[in-house]
Write a protein that binds this ligand. Structure first.
Ligand SMILES: C[S@@+](CC[C@H](N)C(=O)[O-])C[C@H]1O[C@@H](n2cnc3c(N)ncnc32)[C@H](O)[C@@H]1O
Length: 222
């Protein structure tokens, strides 16, 4: 198992005891985030692209919403794979979003929390797809934001996301799956794809093994 400072910095956001604590840790981490996750072989964005790129609308009129955009690595991964459309970002942490803006990939970047109670501060029914990577976990996105993300999509638009498969994330994931099932039962979304794929290719401290995540794609039906 690797004993490294990079895992300490990951741990500060993943095992934070509150949203405020996690947010403060991101503010401190922002400058080193890209370097750290590269060295830990954080492949979540590449895996996401690999398991969804054939499904997205890919022309100059396509519109992507990068939810919890962080330092911009999710939109960048789509761009590097040949995504031709426009990207908007929404992200709670100003320091992370500043790094994202420097990558020059976003049309609009909004520094605001995604919540379970309010619509996203973007045009509703307007996105061809939303990508959410590394943010469906405790003290990050509240699971109840799912219907609001769906509302921001066009009918037929895709919600593409990952959620890490760890013991620590199991309770959070259960609530997330329940909300998704309820949206499916209401006829709002339907499952297009669900696969388990690598998340960190470095051995994790929690299990001593490389970490995987569930990668899912849902389509907005109404
Ligand atoms: C692990 S980073 C992932 C960033 C990027 N998507 C990636 O894959 O590199 C998680 C991001 O979620 C953001 N975040 C957490 N809670 C949020 C919320 N309620 N609304 C918006 N962003 C949030 C954090 O500030 C952080 O930048």
């Amino acid at each position: 198992m690797t004993e490294r400072n990079e895992w300490d910095r990951v741990g500060k956001v993943v095992y934070a005891e509150s949203e405020e604590q996690s947010d403060k840790a991101y503010s401190k981490w922002a400058q080193d985030y890209d370097k750290d996750v590269k060295s830990l072989k954080f492949v979540a964005n590449d895996s996401m692209v690999q398991h969804s790129f054939d499904l997205i609308k890919n022309d100059e009129s396509s519109l992507m919403l990068d939810v919890a955009a962080g330092s911009g690595l999710t939109a960048l991964a789509f761009r590097n794979a040949g995504y031709k459309g426009m990207c908007d970002a929404i992200e709670i942490n100003a320091a992370m979003l500043e790094i994202a803006k420097q990558k020059g990939i976003y049309r609009n970047s909004i520094c605001q929390a995604v919540t379970a109670t309010e619509p996203l501060p973007v045009q509703q029914n307007s996105y061809d797809f939303a990508a959410i990577s590394g943010a469906f976990l405790e003290n990050h996105l509240p699971q109840g934001c799912v219907p609001h993300i769906v509302d921001a999509l066009k009918i037929g638009g895709l919600m593409i996301f990952n959620s890490r498969n760890t013991d620590q994330n199991a309770k959070y994931q259960k609530v997330l799956w329940d909300i998704l099932v309820s949206q499916v039962e209401q006829g709002r979304i339907s499952l297009v794809r669900s696969v388990e794929a690598p998340y960190y290719n470095e051995q994790s401290r929690e299990s001593g093994k490389p970490m995987t995540a569930r990668y899912s794609v849902y389509k907005r039906m109404k």
